[in-house]
Write a protein that binds this ligand. Sequence first.
Ligand code: HEC
Ligand code: HEC
Length: 90
Amino acid sequence: MKLTGRDWLMAAGGMALIGLLALGSEKGRGKNVPLDERHKPLYDAMKTGRTQAATELVCATCHGQSSIPLPDKHPPKEQCLICHLFRAST
Ligand code: HEC
Ligand code: HEC
């Protein structure tokens, strides 16, 4: 099959669409868990095989009502790690 200019256009269009979809699914998700000295222990915990649920309990010790409140319009907030991903590389 010979690729015509129109085929390339279609391919480019498809790519753009996929890119847009990927962007859309990024929205509604919070930022990644920062990789700083406060959150490093959590990264380590996950690496040593602690479950996600157990790790999420720890989030609440700092991100609670008192110390570091979540933004007002924060979505329902169980299971932090569904939305706030751990950075891939540690
Ligand atoms: C030891 C206390 C502590 C724990 C435990 C903790 N955090 Fe944090 N977190 C902070 C502090 C302080 C900040 C704000 C300063 C900063 O970015 O480090 C913060 C900031 C954040 C931010 C915003 C980062 C940004 O770029 O604005 C997210 C998202 C977050 N934490 C998610 C989590 C999640 C999810 C967990 C559990 C896996 C967690 N944190 C556990 C103290 C903590
Ligand atoms: C349903 C998805 C979802 C869940 C679950 C969730 N978050 Fe968020 N979180 C978000 C979004 C979206 C924002 C940005 C909201 C905004 O800008 O007002 C956010 C913002 C934050 C921020 C403020 C820093 C920033 O990104 O501006 C912190 C801290 C935070 N979340 C911590 C947590 C913790 C801790 C939990 C678990 C107790 C949690 N989140 C659960 C989606 C989620």
